[in-house]
Design a protein around this ligand. Structure first.
Ligand SMILES: Cc1cc2nc3c(=O)[nH]c(=O)nc-3n(C[C@H](O)[C@H](O)[C@H](O)COP(=O)(O)OP(=O)(O)OC[C@H]3O[C@@H](n4cnc5c(N)ncnc54)[C@H](O)[C@@H]3O)c2cc1C
Length: 662
């Protein structure tokens, strides 16, 4: 270990560190440590002049190991690795210690914080002493991209990438793409028809030469890593010949078996053989196996669809013998755009959802106002009459400690949209019960102002309950909304015919499964966690996997589109670079100690270790393209045969030993 010449660089980070830590004293102390030949402090080490100090010292003072004491390595480790490399030093001869988040930001006592910073620097110096240069390798990037979820987010991302003439596989779980947006009637704040603006995009996706649409399909397995993912997709059987179906709808008309339609939120029925909505893409029928009497009776009963299908797309063969297919794909990056679920308000019993006929959710109301919906666009009560008064309740399941504490960001605006539509289509009195009106987007405040001038009654306060127990003559036969009006400081009872609940947007019920499939993390509120909420909002902890749209957080359509475009840009930049730099600090196996037990294979979520036979002896080998250097295999290895480069026992013990030195 001869010839170690260590340079130490202590950052003030303005007053972020220097406000609590005596930075000059830490630098002076570092200068006294063994092998340290240069020790400096600087206002902002990450700035160009700060980095120049390191580069110059490498060249002029011959330093061959660098310690930077500053912010979190998550922020600037790469910056300083690059500075070392620019100075002519292997980038892995750097040790970055965190005296901001781990020290100055969490302490108040300056003397104690300074002592702790000294200890952290001492430990870093001890550790960097044992650092060895690591070889940085590169691997090619497969230019194909997988997009999961065919809502507006997934479609936009797929189109952006495909328009750059790169192959996209778009996997959608439902029989058609469109997501929630295709269920909406008009969209705030411009009130343009959702279908009219979405269906051209859906058609473009359906016909794009660079998009292979795998609808009615789900991803089952993902292996590999950035640049080289292998994906298995289950293409569910539709029990028809898709290449022959022309979507004429005759089979659907003749099919006698019905269930409530998922697309119509249960407000209309669909058949056992169905197209979920008129403009579905792909425009082919799907057979609900559990409802199809022909399939369930093994071909003994019904068969109406076979009889009436002139295109010969439905046959005894397709109905009885078709099965799911597994499609294998190879892609370089993945965009997850699986969207949201609407909160189920029946878990808030006081609002009477499912108890009273005329208490609806937002998505149910969207279907009612839609001209193609179950009432032909007429706002009607269950008895077929028009409402004379309607209450719209905001924040149902959102901003509520019992359910979701977050704001769902779209409910105020869609609540206002409903007020406008109800007034316009029925002339009914409308009451908006809100906690705070959040109209933050472009044109939103103006829309709110316009609605306020249309005679809508705004009541600020949380609704206590919706009941049909009348206490006055006027309340008889009505739903009574009981709330506190916090501006008046009194309780109010408002009798209405219809109640619309602005239910929260929440993470999908299967978000856990999707998260573990794609190596995503979930936040406390259930949505997928971005790598850095401010600086890397569409990347995830797994390199090469991006997130877009409402699977990351509730948001409106313009924000969803912008985020999808950001995710597409990330995938495109990966494609245009064509190669990735592999992590050099990866696992390595001492074959003499390895017993080939396979614990490493079992524990690794990246499938990097593999036990193979070498000259008849079973030993583990590491695929360095897949290894992320997380260390799980090293911990699990019973013989200590696996270590992680840059995190060797020698390095870690030296670091810990220095920390407990007094
Ligand atoms: C009642 C209501 C009214 C609204 N009104 C407006 C409005 O007027 N204006 C506005 O800007 N915004 C509005 N919004 C918000 C709008 O719905 C969202 O911004 C938009 O739909 C988000 O799109 P997305 O693609 O992220 O998610 P989604 O629309 O949820 O699409 C996700 C897609 O992924 C698919 N999927 C899910 N899981 C998987 C899986 N594992 N594998 C494959 N596919 C999967 C789903 O089937 C779906 O097709 C409203 C929301 C609600 C609830």
């Amino acid at each position: 270990m001869e010839g170690r010449r260590i340079g130490v660089y202590v950052c003030h980070c303005g007053l972020n560190i220097a406000g609590t830590v005596d930075v000059e004293e830490v630098a002076k102390y570092a200068a006294t440590l063994p092998s340290v030949v240069v020790s400096r402090d600087y206002h902002y080490m990450c700035s160009d002049p700060g980095q120049a100090l390191i580069k110059d010292d490498i060249k002029e003072c011959g330093i061959n190991r660098v310690v930077v004491a500053s912010c979190s390595p998550r922020m600037h480790e790469l910056t300083f690795r690059n500075a070392c490399q620019d100075g002519g030093l292997n980038p892995y001869l750097l040790e970055h210690t965190n005296i901001r988040e781990h020290c100055s930001w969490v302490h108040e006592d300056k003397a104690a914080a300074t002592e702790k910073a000294k200890a952290l620097v001492r430990a870093a110096v001890k550790r960097v002493y044992y650092h060895e240069p690591l070889e940085v390798k590169e691997a090619p990037v497969n230019p194909n991209v997988l997009v999961v979820g065919g809502g507006i987010a997934g479609m936009q991302a797929a189109l952006d990438i495909a328009n750059g003439e790169h192959q996209v596989y778009l996997v959608e779980r439902e029989p058609s793409i469109g997501g929630h947006m295709i269920q909406l009637d008009r969209t705030f704040p411009t009130l343009d028809c959702s279908e009219c603006i979405l269906t051209p995009k859906m058609a473009e996706v359906g016909h794009h030469p660079f998009i292979e649409l795998l609808a009615y399909s789900e991803v089952e397995e993902v292996s590999g890593s950035i640049g080289q993912f292998k994906v298995k997709v289950r293409k569910k059987a539709r029990y028809i010949d898709e290449s022959k179906c022309v979507g004429c709808g005759v089979c659907e008309e003749k099919c006698p078996w019905k269930v409530p339609s998922e697309f119509e939120m249960g407000l209309a029925m669909r058949k056992a053989i169905y197209i979920p909505f008129a403009q579905a893409i792909p425009n082919v029928v799907t057979i609900d196996k559990d409802l199809c009497v022909y399939i369930q009776s093994g071909g003994k009963k019904c068969g109406a669809c076979i009889k009436f299908c002139e295109a010969n797309a439905v046959t005894p063969e397709t109905l009885l013998n078709q099965s799911d297919q597994i499609v294998e794909l190879e892609v370089g990056s993945i965009i997850v755009a699986t969207g949201y679920d609407q909160f189920d308000p029946s878990v808030v019993p006081q609002y009477g959802y499912k108890k009273y006929d005329n208490v609806l959710t937002g998505l149910e109301f969207e279907r009612i106002t839609c001209a193609a919906g179950p009432t032909g666009g007429k706002i009607l009560l269950k008895d077929g009459t028009e409402p004379e008064n309607v209450a719209i309740i905001h924040c149902v399941g959102s901003r509520d400690q019992n359910y979701h504490e977050y704001c769902s960001r779209v409910c105020c605006m869609y609540g206002l949209k409903y007020a406008y539509l109800i007034k316009e289509l029925t002339g009914a009195d409308v009451y908006e019960f809100y906690i705070d009106m959040r109209c933050f987007g472009e044109g939103f405040e103006e829309f709110y102002k316009r609605i306020s001038e249309e005679g809508i009654k705004f009541i600020r306060g949380k609704v206590a309950k919706v009941t049909d127990v009348a206490i006055t003559e006027e309340e008889k036969g009505k739903l009574i909304v009981v709330a506190e009006d916090t501006l008046l400081g009194s309780m109010v009872r408002v009798p209405v015919d219809m109640v619309i609940l602005c239910a929260a947007l929440e993470s999908r019920s299967d978000a856990d499964k999707v998260a573990s499939l794609f190596g995503l993390n979930r936040r406390a509120d259930g949505f997928f966690l971005a790598r850095h909420v401010k600086l890397d909002p569409v990347a995830t902890p797994t390199d090469g996997i991006f997130i877009a749209g409402c699977c990351e957080a509730p948001r409106d359509i313009p924000d969803t589109v912008a985020q999808a475009e950001a995710a597409a840009a990330k995938a495109l930049s990966l494609i245009s670079k064509g190669k990735i730099t592999l992590e050099a600090a990866v696992a390595t196996v001492d074959e003499a100690q390895c017993q080939g037990c396979g614990r490493c294979e079992e524990i690794c979520t990246f499938h990097a270790p593999k036990v193979i036979s070498k000259n008849g002896v079973m030993v583990s080998t590491i695929n360095e393209t897949l290894c992320k250097g997380c260390g799980a295999c090293a911990v699990a290895c019973p013989t200590g045969a696996i270590s992680i480069r840059h995190f060797t026992q020698e390095e870690i013990l030296a670091q810990v030993g220095a920390l407990i030195e007094v």
